[in-house]
Design a protein around this ligand. Structure first.
Ligand code: HEM
Length: 366
């Protein structure tokens, strides 16, 4: 898995391009070893500086608390729509600076694009058409947003709240030679929504479920949270997610006949044109590399975790996600009396699709 994901000129992201290009335009994840990936990822990393992470975490916590407070009197929360998707969509508005027209539209744009880009290897044309339409709607919305931001700046309107990533992109003067024009701003701003919502939602639902299924582990995690030890708490979340990762695999295209695991009993020749699955979920449970992979061991070394991908295309939003996801999970688990509901109702329901759609948990004494 590591080899496939690091030998990125041999095992490429070529298959993303026909999906992404007509939707969000040429995008870093659909380009290997190109000016576009190099430039856009560098610029976008700079727009999401680490100095923001404490406030990102606090913001995610505030959104989670508001969602939980709103559901407390009913004694239950539907984790996917009321928390897992909602928190990143609100963060996309307040931190990334891409609020969208309304929550339902943001959910639709995010899911339509994620489904086509990552879950439509067979190429269902209806799924692709929905993603293209979502991308075009996002581009039209973002073009309007850019115009409004520029008009507000020209009128000397006072800044409202902390500077967002989109505002930073617009306020930064890029030399013409860089070719980072409004089309690039729109494409990359779309990526902030597309990358962050279904992934966060799935990570929140699946790590919560894995923790709630293990009462002793859960109690230890809550103890770490109550002691104010975020680093210790977060380790429980990432280990929980290893038992049900958001992604079983990342797919790549073999450009030329290539041998992997050369010189080992696993040596395999992949013919040019082969679609290869780098099974990150399986790698994270590999007993030849991880000591005692079936044991729940919080604090495994970072190089044994691949929740945010691996190699050249490692997630742009990794550190935002690493702040947001555990904080949301923490706000849930530190509520008194949080519990799984009995039977099917208490399990994550995918409703036959690729993403969690419904996961109800109890709040308060059962
Ligand atoms: C928080 C907002 C997020 C944003 C803005 C974001 C954005 C991105 C972008 C732009 C890439 C492509 C990077 C490149 O091509 O160099 C990427 C890759 C990836 N992201 Fe994220 N992401 C976010 C959250 C997450 C979360 C929460 C997860 C999982 C828990 C995740 C998992 C991944 C994975 C597995 C890849 C690698 C895809 C591949 O190699 O084919 N992302 N992300």
């Amino acid at each position: 898995v590591r080899e496939v994901l690091t030998r990125h000129t041999e095992f490429t992201v070529r298959l993303y391009a026909p999906k992404m290009d007509p939707s969000v335009g040429p995008f870093m994840l659909a380009r290997d070893e190109t000016a576009l990936n190099w430039r856009d990822k560098s610029i976008m990393r700079a727009m999401l500086p680490w100095e923001d992470l404490p406030s990102v975490r606090a913001m995610a916590g505030r959104f989670a608390d508001e969602a939980l407070d709103g559901c407390a009197s009913g004694g239950r929360i539907e984790v996917v729509s009321q928390l897992g998707r909602l928190v990143p969509v609100r963060l996309c508005g307040e931190y990334f600076g891409f609020p969208g027209p309304d929550t339902a539209t943001m959910f639709r744009w995010s899911k339509a694009t994620q489904t086509d880009f990552f879950k439509n290897l067979a190429g269902d044309p209806k799924i692709h058409a929905a993603a293209v339409r979502a991308g075009q709607e996002m581009a039209a919305y973002l073009a309007g947003l850019i115009q409004d931001e520029r008009a507000a700046a020209a009128n000397g309107a006072p800044a409202v709240g902390p500077e967002t990533a989109v505002q930073r992109l617009l306020r930064t003067q890029f030399a013409d030679g860089l070719g980072f024009d409004d089309a690039r701003v729109i494409s990359n701003a779309s990526g902030l929504l597309v990358g962050g919502v279904e992934t966060t939602s799935q990570a929140v639902a699946q790590s919560l479920e894995q923790l709630l299924l293990r009462p002793d582990v859960c109690a230890a995690a809550v103890e770490a949270a109550r002691a104010g030890n975020d680093a210790r708490f977060d380790a429980f979340v990432w280990e929980a997610l290893r038992f049900n990762p958001i992604n079983p695999l990342l797919f790549r295209y073999t450009e030329a006949d290539s041998t992997i695991a050369a010189g080992t009993p696993r040596q395999t020749m992949l013919k040019a044109g082969t679609i290869v699955f780098a099974c990150t979920a399986s790698a994270m449970a590999d007993g030849t590399e991880l000591p005692n992979p079936d044991a729940f061991t919080p604090g495994r070394p970072a190089h044994h975790l691949m929740h945010f991908g691996f190699g050249a295309h490692e997630c742009l939003g990794k550190y935002v996600g690493m702040a947001m996801i555990p904080e949301v999970v923490k706000r849930v688990l530190t509520r008194p009396g949080v519990h799984l509901l009995p039977g099917a109702e208490g399990a994550i329901d995918f409703k036959g699709g690729p993403f969690p759609e419904r996961f109800v948990i109890g709040l308060g004494t059962p």
